[in-house]
Design a protein around this ligand. Sequence first.
Ligand SMILES: [Zn+2]
Length: 214
Amino acid sequence: MKTNLVIRLVTVVAIALALFILPQLWDFSGLPIVVIAAVLVLTFFLVRWHANHTGYQCLECRHTFAIGPITDFLSPHLSGVKMLRCPQCGASSWCEEIERSQVRQGPAAIDKFETAPVQKSGSLTVQIVFVLIIYTGLWVYTFWAWPGAAAGVSYWTVLKIPLVTFILPVLQLTFCLYALRHGYRSRIYLFVSLFVIVFLLLAIWMQRTILMQL
Ligand SMILES: [Zn+2]
């Protein structure tokens, strides 16, 4: 089932549109925020639907279980498998997606936040720090290049890119902290972080273009 992948693609495309195209069309517009809010609401319902209709089997101990929407959203998903922490044996691994009716332990969904085993992942920490540094750089650049005397320049014009892109470090931080907490290890995080980094660098470049024109 590739619903999750479709959800993510739709989310990414919609956010990209909201972030980079719409602000160019309207100088003052809360539209990007409305679009992002709509995408978040849609994502919430799709993820909840997905969580309610699927189950998973741990390939380490064969335990079958259901998960809640929060776990569903925050855990990486590939075709037919999902990175999850098994509620029975505690192993974090790619679990096989199964029909909800095949879950033997009853339909109760799990959104547990149990303490993960102490497992250091320097890579995830480095990724978090990198994204935070670049996002901070966007704000530093904005205040450094703030058009001082230019009259009639609205705060929104200057601040729209730093404010709207706030969602990227927040999402990346949420996914990475969840992974650290649950002992998830996957290259997917590196790809997500790289995507966020490229997007933020693009945002800095766009911010530079906007501020130079003022
Ligand atoms: Zn297990």
